[in-house]
Design a protein around this ligand. Sequence first.
Ligand SMILES: N[C@@H](CCC(=O)N[C@@H](CS)C(=O)NCC(=O)O)C(=O)O
Length: 199
Amino acid sequence: MTLFSNPTCPHSHRVRIVLAEKGISLDVVDVETASLPEDLLDLNPYNSVPTLVDRDLVLYDSRVIAEYLDERFPHPPLMPVDPVSRARFRLALYHIERDWYSLVDDLERGDKRTANRARKTLRESLLSSAELFGVKPFFMSEEFSLVDCSIAPILWRLPRWEVDLPPTHARNIIKYAEMLFSRPSFRVSLTELEQEMRP
Ligand SMILES: N[C@@H](CCC(=O)N[C@@H](CS)C(=O)NCC(=O)O)C(=O)O
């Protein structure tokens, strides 16, 4: 199996966390998003990373890849078993992608005004969810899940994006983030460039 990944891309990071959590070893090919290799351009019509190649199966979109890996390598499971809980987790993933991942391009590549607006939106959205982070040990769950794999890359990049969370209002989020960041699998998932995002 081969994963085309970019060393600072949060979508790629999400998949690298799943790989580390399950102890899956595969070839990770680091690519620059501005100059993707020809073989990747031929494989993925959206020309994006992450892209996973497993023999003749080519997958793109971090959620599609993460769910495939969870089913192909069932241990430890990263989704609950019963349909209602699975649906709730999928809804949480939808919110995370729609409300937070949708801001990544503006935060990374937007002009000053666009980035400031995205920064403010992300900060307010995180703070409005602050209570949810304190309800269970993991997000909405007693067990580490795909939802945590998806939130971690966003929280890790908050200093890079200059999104400050006030400790008084964001205590739950800060505690949750520290717990995620201290997991051995999370440390393994980080590229050198990601390590430098939080000295
Ligand atoms: N929805 C996709 C988004 C992936 C994405 O936007 N990746 C960026 C890098 S962080 C990329 O490949 N950009 C190059 C491009 O879209 O041309 C996913 O979750 O995988």
